[in-house]
Design a binder for this molecule. Structure first.
Ligand code: KGT
Length: 302
């Protein structure tokens, strides 16, 4: 089901806390506002349902996707008739494993879970105080979902630093709208967030929608802060929504004609040289010595 007509969408920025009921109330208010403003789909950020304040707290609220918390969000979708992108839910892991999956769920307007994506790149970055693999297990599949906003390419947060993922979602799987719901660190947000997202839009000729967490999440524990700046870019790389550094909701249009025009003018899908740099059968990662060692003196700089 490729996108045939313009779709009005809403992007949310919020400050989730370690209280599932309070976060649901905030999300529900945003979704109802989006309905009142005539939107067909709402994009919520990573950790929309819970933001822990100490190690191990996320695991204590983890549930299966057919548990009571996800049920409330499915009911919210059905009540409002809106599609929801739930950008990162603490899904309970396999039996016998304490860790969770960080799972992005797509829900249709009748309250059915139509797609789930488990984050494939875990954010192990002690320099900003985050080591995601202590609490989460990575997924292993690419996911797209057809929606009233066109074909969604589903990802989460740190994934947005890995452009090959979006090349595949766009050029091989036909995605038209790339989703990167996030809870970005302050230091890396300031330096990289907007540039990376804008590039993903331009180089894939897709819309990019990045709902975000913002501000200080809890008054106890680690007092974690998120960068905010929830944004949407059109396939030309133009910013069409930006929530700055305050919680809120912004609406924008997803226009199939703009996607088509951008791709007609520069048919990158046809120009792309899969034959030269597609992953061949012998593709293999470099050894750690190649990627983490001292720069090779023989390469030199000037
Ligand atoms: O930890 C949780 O509760 C939920 N997960 C997150 O908030 C994730 C992993 S810690 N955050 C990121 O991926 C930030 C990426 C980032 O900031 C960057 O790429 O620079």
């Amino acid at each position: 089901m490729p996108l045939l007509q313009r779709c009005k969408a809403a992007i949310v920025q919020m400050t989730a806390v370690n209280d599932v009921a309070a976060n649901f109330a905030a999300c529900a208010a945003h979704v109802r506002e989006a309905r009142d403003r005539g939107c067909a789909i709402v994009f919520l950020p990573e950790n929309f349902s819970f933001m822990g304040s100490r190690p191990g707290e996320a695991q204590t609220v983890a549930e299966p996707l057919d548990g009571p918390t996800m049920r409330r969000y499915l009911d919210l979708a059905r009540e409002t008739g809106l599609w929801l992108s739930l950008g990162g839910f603490q899904e309970r892991g396999p039996d016998g494993d304490e860790r969770i999956y960080n799972t992005h769920c797509i829900v249709d307007g009748e309250g059915r879970l139509v797609a789930k994506y488990r984050k494939i790149h875990l954010y192990d970055a002690p320099f900003v105080g985050l080591v995601e693999s202590r609490q989460a297990i990575s997924g292993d599949s690419l996911v797209t979902a057809d929606s009233p906003a066109g074909r969604l390419g589903v990802s989460i947060c740190y994934d947005l630093r890995f452009p090959e993922l979006y090349q595949k979602l766009s050029f091989l799987h036909g995605a038209q709208v790339l989703l990167m719901p996030s809870a970005f660190a302050m230091k890396t947000g300031e330096a990289h967030w907007e540039t990376l997202l804008r590039c993903r839009a331009i180089e894939t000729q897709c819309y990019v929608v990045a709902a975000a967490q913002v501000g200080q999440h809890n008054t106890d524990g680690n007092k974690r802060c998120s960068w905010g700046h929830a944004v949407a870019f059109d396939p030309w790389g133009k910013c069409i929504a930006d929530l700055g550094d305050a919680p809120g909701l912004a609406t924008f249009d997803i226009d199939p004609e703009l996607i088509a025009e951008t791709r007609r003018n520069m048919p990158m899908a046809r120009h792309r040289r899969y034959d030269i740099y597609g992953d061949g059968p012998h593709a293999a990662p470099l050894s750690p010595a190649d990627t983490e060692g001292e720069p090779d003196a023989s390469i030199g700089f000037g």
